[in-house]
Design a protein around this ligand. Sequence first.
Ligand code: HEC
Length: 153
Amino acid sequence: MILTVKIRPILSDNCYQCHGPDEKARKAKLRLDTKEGAFRVKDGKTVLTPGKSGDSALIRRIYSRDPDEQMPPPKSIHRLADSQKDLIKQWVDEGARWSTQWAFVPPMRRAAAVREKQRLGAQSDRFVRAGQTGRGGIDAITRGGEADADSAC
Ligand code: HEC
């Protein structure tokens, strides 16, 4: 979880310029700001393979010394510190956990979101119950009545 919190800002600072939400600026049609993008498989190559940094193109790219391969590209203004590379590698080897919210949502808002979800959950439970009694109500009573009659015989 801590890694998740640390990885996102590194990618955001160093990769999103070319692999982020801006479609026009996007390179290699690769998005690293969405789960689909970061875990995509193209030509049998996986950008991120959870638990296997050795099978992850992203890891190979950030450690590469080949200027044609290296990410961020050497001619860009972006640089990853060795400690940042190691952190990303560690994160991948530990399962590349991807939280859609990236723990970016402040705790207060998250608590509110949970409450809202619970409220909606409770509400739909009520609807389901109402639906069941509405539809099955009479049947249930009739069946109950018959059963009673049977057992009385
Ligand atoms: C200045 C633009 C730029 C930045 C910043 C950048 N990239 Fe790239 N990236 C490219 C370009 C251009 C390509 C396609 C050419 C190539 O394959 O080298 C590419 C390709 C890739 C690929 C291969 C995609 C594939 O399917 O073959 C990966 C993985 C990648 N980048 C990861 C990263 C990561 C991780 C970062 C940040 C640490 C990053 N890039 C930052 C421009 C950028």
